[in-house]
Design a protein. Structure first.
Length: 91
């Protein structure tokens, strides 16, 4: 089963682009337009790396945040690194 990622961004083109790139990289991807929508999805699903605005992300359980603009390679490697850390040190 693929790791499930939640992408939250107010720009539809960014959401669509990240959905396509991350799906192609083997992740299961949900998208949300804003934090409220993201929190609703988080309440109903379990994500490998929940994330919203950088300052609030740690409170919500995010391990890392990337600032825009970001490099796609950096995004994919960050997700893989976080998931690898999660596997090697389970709760």
């Amino acid at each position: 089963m693929a790791d499930k990622i939640l992408v939250i961004d107010d720009a539809p083109v960014i959401r669509k682009f990240l959905h396509e790139v991350l799906t192609d990289a083997g992740f299961e991807v949900d998208t949300a337009e804003n934090g409220k929508e993201g929190l609703e999805l988080i309440a109903d699903s379990e994500y490998s790396m929940p994330e919203k605005e950088a300052e609030d992300a740690a409170k919500a359980g995010a391990i890392r945040c990337l600032a825009k603009p970001f490099d796609l390679h950096e995004l994919q490697e960050t997700i893989r690194s976080v998931l690898s850390d999660k596997i090697s040190s389970p709760k």
